[in-house]
Design a protein around this ligand. Structure first.
Ligand code: ATR
Length: 270
């Protein structure tokens, strides 16, 4: 049996163990996944433990995503660009870091037939999730990213970072006409349980071809998505993104194609 785990602090509320153990079962993978609380000062020792115990893969969450870089032997391109890791693969004691936070979203869109090249994107929020998704979208060749955030200082900093790291993307922090965007993504916590009636942006202002996505998955159908759907816009649910980024980690660890749709469907039934 291959052992896999999440390390972070806190980890109690994480859905990762449920998602991975369900996927192991559905995809016929002989594995077991646990969430382990690791305090910041113990990170180095914990990774020594990963090597010593032959744990095959780990996910990394707050507060270790950046700190872990100094303990890894290798980084893939996207993790390097982001300077943050959420997935580590252990190959004979060599630890390689990856980041699937943004790619989970990008691949979900791609699998539902959405073309991203040349598209204009409205990012709501300028935190960690926003940054990961914006960088992945930049690598996919979107033409414009507008980072729109409550605190303008942070949107400005993120827009500047995107411009400096990715060529060919125009990254701005001043909103132009909302009708200009092809994709609007909520990367804030607005609308999350228990404040379920709040929305991060007025969907009535968006164009009728705009795709609307939300990283919030509790509730599954946020008010933002519900209003977009009522207007007839295509929507992308946060749970799909969460499960996709988890299963991309699994593909990295096992070098197998994982049936993502099946896991999402079964997970919703639980
Ligand atoms: P994550 O890692 O999930 O992105 P984060 O880095 O804490 O979390 O970022 C949270 C984002 O949600 C930020 O953009 C934050 O806006 P500020 O930069 O102004 O703090 C945004 N956010 C959180 N609560 C919000 C609220 N009530 N209204 C608007 N934006 C909010």
């Amino acid at each position: 049996t291959g052992l896999y785990c999440l390390i972070g602090d806190p980890v109690e509320k994480s859905l990762s163990p449920e998602i991975h153990n369900l996927s192991f079962k559905l995809n016929g993978i002989d594995g077991a996944y646990l969430a382990l609380r690791v305090k910041p000062q113990d990170l180095g020792e914990a990774l020594g433990g990963v090597r010593a115990l032959g744990i095959k893969g780990i996910n990394v969450t707050i507060p270790h995503k950046v700190e872990i870089l100094k303990y890894l032997d290798e980084l893939d391109e996207e993790a390097e660009l982001l300077g943050a890791v959420n997935t580590v693969k252990n190959v004979d004691g060599k630890l390689k870091g990856y980041n699937t936070d943004g790619r989970g979203f990008v691949e979900l869109l791609r699998s539902s037939g959405v073309e991203l090249k040349g598209k204009r994107v409205l990012m709501l929020g300028a935190g960690g999730a926003s940054r990961a998704i914006a960088i992945s979208l930049g690598l996919e060749g979107v033409s414009e990213i507008c980072v729109f955030n409550r605190t303008e200082e942070k949107s400005k900093a993120l827009a500047e970072e995107i411009s400096s790291k990715i060529q060919g993307v125009s990254a701005v922090y001043k909103l132009s006409d909302p009708k200009n965007y092809d994709l609007a993504i909520n990367c804030t916590s607005v609308g999350m349980h228990p404040d379920v009636s709040r929305v991060p942006f007025d969907v009535e202002l968006l164009s009728e071809h705009c795709i609307v996505a939300d990283i919030v998955y509790k509730p599954l159908r946020t008010e933002f998505l519900a209003r977009a759907e009522a207007r007839g816009l295509k929507i992308v649910e946060g749970l799909g993104m969460l499960i996709n980024q988890a299963l991309l980690s699994e593909e990295i660890w096992t070098e197998r194609d994982i049936e993502k749709e099946k896991v999402l469907e079964e997970f919703k039934k639980r």
